[in-house]
Write a protein that binds this ligand. Structure first.
Ligand SMILES: *Cc1c(COP(=O)(O)O)cnc(C)c1O
Length: 385
């Protein structure tokens, strides 16, 4: 808790780029020691260029994001490698483009994750326009049970051959100069259904890549997953044959994504959300009158704790996810939020809180994404990237 610093906008997200670079360096080191590359995933920070620079400074192999809008802001870093290193970092598009976005997807990234032959064909057509010598890699996603995107394992080798055909036809032939090709396989677990990645999943993926590579006549790269794979990597290592991981939350927030435990040696404090207090009053804790749905269609349940001191902070669900806030100081408790008002119980706060003061919070991944998405949350970068 602290008084609003003169001149600083509020609400704001304070971003410690030095902490992010530290995390990127540690995670890159784990991966390098295991013979893996690592893509830093920037979608949780909507491709923030200063954060991307810190990630590259930490030594990651490339940047990955789901949105073209993120990659549009990162093109400068692509050429320069962030610190003038050659060659520049690789850019991986994590979500398949719609066919109508294929041309831009091909110009903004080096590789794309995809499972649809129709999307692949549009990508192939777009890649035919690339300058000679530049090839575009299509990495086929395999759904090993998390039930989001991807080919089912039993379909992979056959679908890969069909997709390779369509890519070659659309992008200008089968010669070694072809502009779009099936470059590898990737899987993503623990995202939609929360399926815990195991060695078994990764062995299946490596095996599929071997079979598919035989059918296509070349070795395919294998991208083993996201932050949820890091505990497995640290505990027992990954099976041989994995080439890289794609890590967002682990680097940005320093926690694994299965139980949200801190990862060893990582900083969990790169982001702090600050918001201004606009009202303080002692009010009943139980609503007065009959209750129906709230503003968001929920029926909240309240426990009667008598009258307690509450603060209203000028930020709401448009700017944050109240369930994902952890106050920096003791004695504060988030009660809930509407679109624009955050209600905090401050009865047990040992200090004094006044209107105009600021309250600070750690954020979880969902809340980070919301804060980065809100036009009303300013971003203030601190530390040496
Ligand atoms: C979001 C995403 C990631 C990164 O996930 P984290 O849990 O943040 O590491 C990796 N791969 C794909 C395909 C994704 O969509």
């Amino acid at each position: 808790m602290r008084v609003t610093s003169e001149g600083l906008p509020s609400p704001r997200l304070e971003i410690d780029v030095e902490a992010i670079r530290h995390n990127a360096r540690v995670v890159s080191g784990w991966c390098r020691d295991a013979g893996l590359g690592v893509y830093a995933v920037t979608k949780g920070v909507r491709g923030d260029p200063l954060i991307a620079r810190a990630l590259l400074g930490g030594g990651v192999t490339g940047l990955a994001d789901s949105r073209l809008s993120s990659f549009r802001q990162l093109q400068d870093l692509r050429q320069s490698g962030g610190g003038g290193r050659a060659p520049g970092p690789r850019f991986l598009l994590l979500r398949a483009p719609s066919p109508g976005q294929a041309t831009e997807a091909v110009s903004l990234a080096d590789e794309v994750l995809c499972a649809s032959a129709d999307v692949a064909e549009a990508v192939g057509r777009a890649a035919a326009g690339l300058r000679p010598g530049r090839a575009y890699g299509v990495i086929l996603t395999v759904d090993l049970g998390d039930l989001r995107e991807g080919l089912l394992p039993e379909d992979v080798p056959r679908a890969a051959v069909a997709i390779e055909e369509r890519l070659a036809r659309a992008s200008g032939g089968r010669d070694p100069e072809r502009r779009a090709f099936v470059a590898g396989l990737a899987t993503n677990l623990a995202c939609f259904c929360g399926v815990v990645p195991t060695r078994g999943h990764l062995e299946t993926l490596v095996d599929l890549a071997r079979q598919t590579g035989q059918a296509l006549g070349r070795r395919l790269s294998v991208s083993g997953g996201n932050t949820a794979v890091l505990p497995l990597l640290l505990r027992e290592g990954l099976p041989p044959g994995i080439d890289d991981l794609r890590v967002g939350e682990g680097i940005l927030l320093g926690r694994e994504s299965l139980h949200r435990e801190p990862l060893p040696g990582l900083r969990v404090d790169p982001f702090t959300l600050w918001g201004p207090v606009i009202e303080i009053a002692r009010k009943p804790t139980c609503p007065v009158g009959e209750c129906a749905e709230d503003a968001f269609g929920h029926r909240p349940v309240f426990v009667d704790r008598g009258r307690r001191l509450r603060a209203i902070v000028a930020a709401g669900r448009q700017d944050l996810v109240p369930e994902g806030l952890r106050p920096l100081t003791g004695g504060l408790e988030v009660v809930g939020a509407t679109s624009d008002h955050l209600v905090i119980d401050v009865e047990d706060y040992p200090g004094t809180l006044r209107v105009g003061d600021e309250v600070g919070f750690r954020v979880n991944y969902a809340c980070l994404l919301q804060a980065m998405t809100s036009p009303d949350v300013a971003r203030v970068h601190v530390g040496q990237a």
